[in-house]
Design a protein around this ligand. Structure first.
Ligand SMILES: NC(=O)C1=CN([C@@H]2O[C@H](COP(=O)(O)OP(=O)(O)OC[C@H]3O[C@@H](n4cnc5c(N)ncnc54)[C@H](O)[C@@H]3O)[C@@H](O)[C@H]2O)C=CC1
Ligand SMILES: O=C([O-])CC(=O)C(=O)O
Length: 313
């Protein structure tokens, strides 16, 4: 049977770490694309040379053009600028919209049936650029952020309680920005809701640290942003799609009436399977939670409105 072909655009920190996770877990063959001459080729070769030691049969190819990407099943988009201390994700919007538009116009021509997983920031707005440029349906443009945000929340809870991260489940909704909406009511440790386990001040601190989780890493690294946990988030999405696992995962989705929101990208739990985004899982929210989600969606919409009418590609 044919192995899935997965293209990763952008061979920087997130792209190359993602390529490594995908190849080493045998999810498919990987084509790594970047504009820097020799760099994706060098990284792909380096990654492939690990195969005899870590035992995988994935083929890795690096390229500066889209020929080798033709007919990809999945395209992971990581190309673009990363923020530095003092910047917000929205500060990247103008520069990254051009990069995403250019790359997506190539994808639309070479991999017409691909499922696009967007990573480039500002995440939700870049999903809209991809949707408009490719013309792909919402089932095939999906943003990675919610898995990262919930993973951070799970890690902070595990650290606080001294338990395995595996025993912690969390839900974070909303845009991938400061107004994201962690939901303690739906966050559980071994099935027990968080508010029954930790005092309110501790939960509030975890919620705040989660919302600022990306900025915390940027401040520490100084030269760029997180990539190990983001690559893990992409890996989980690809795994659910390639193996048709139908996991419910928080992803940025182009909402069409769910949660009372329309034509806006926000993070919500959705089912990922062989067809891509196979359905939004509409959990019940209190009025207060819904108001926070709508506020976060309004922030994304405000940024979406700043996109040019035409990307010139
Ligand atoms: N959605 C999320 O949760 C996360 C999003 N990000 C975002 O992912 C993006 C990438 O981050 P890093 O990998 O750390 O940055 P990086 O700077 O390490 O890598 C970006 C790569 O994109 C390449 N590139 C630029 N223009 C290109 C083009 N037109 N075609 C192909 N390649 C091109 C660059 O040469 C560079 O190698 C950033 O926008 C960052 O904000 C990062 C972490 C989490
Ligand atoms: O914070 C950033 O700029 C990168 C990102 O989206 C994250 O790590 O959550």
């Amino acid at each position: 049977m044919k192995k899935p072909k997965i293209t990763v655009i952008g061979a920087g920190n997130v792209g190359s770490t993602t390529a490594m996770r995908l190849a080493e877990s045998g999810l498919g063959d990987v084509v790594l694309v970047d504009v820097v001459e020799g760099m994706p080729q060098g990284k792909a070769l380096d990654l492939y040379q690990a195969a005899p030691v870590v035992h995988h049969d994935s083929i890795l190819v690096g390229t500066n053009d889209y020929g080798p990407t033709e007919g990809s099943d999945i395209v992971v988009m990581t190309a673009g600028l990363a923020r530095k201390p003092g910047m917000s994700r929205d500060d990247l919007q103008d520069a990254n919209a051009k990069i995403v538009a250019e790359c997506m116009s190539r994808v639309a021509k070479t991999s017409r049936d691909a499922i696009v997983i967007m990573v480039t920031n500002p995440l939700d707005v870049m999903c809209e650029v991809a949707r408009r440029v490719t013309g792909f349906p919402r089932e095939r443009v999906i943003g990675m952020a919610g898995i990262l945000d919930t993973a951070r929340m799970r890690a902070f809870i595990a650290m606080e309680m001294g338990v395995s991260t595996e025993s912690v489940f969390a839900i974070v909704l909303g845009g991938h920005g400061d107004s994201m909406v962690p939901l303690p009511r739906y966050t559980t440790v071994s099935g027990v809701p968080l508010p029954e386990l930790l005092p309110k001040e501790k939960i509030d601190a975890i919620v705040q640290r989660t919302a600022q989780g990306g900025g915390e890493i940027v401040k520490l690294l100084k030269t760029g942003s997180a990539y190990y946990a983001p690559a893990a988030g992409v890996w989980e999405m690809v795994d659910s799609i390639v193996r048709d696992r139908k996991k419910i995962l928080p992803c940025s989705v182009y909402l069409q009436g769910e949660f009372g929101l329309k034509d806006v990208w926000v993070g919500v739990p959705c089912k990922l399977g062989a067809s891509g985004m196979e359905g939004v899982f509409e959990l019940k929210l209190t009025q207060e939670e819904l108001a926070l989600l709508h506020k976060s969606a309004a922030d994304v919409k405000n940024q979406m409105n700043k996109l040019p009418a035409d990307f010139g590609v």
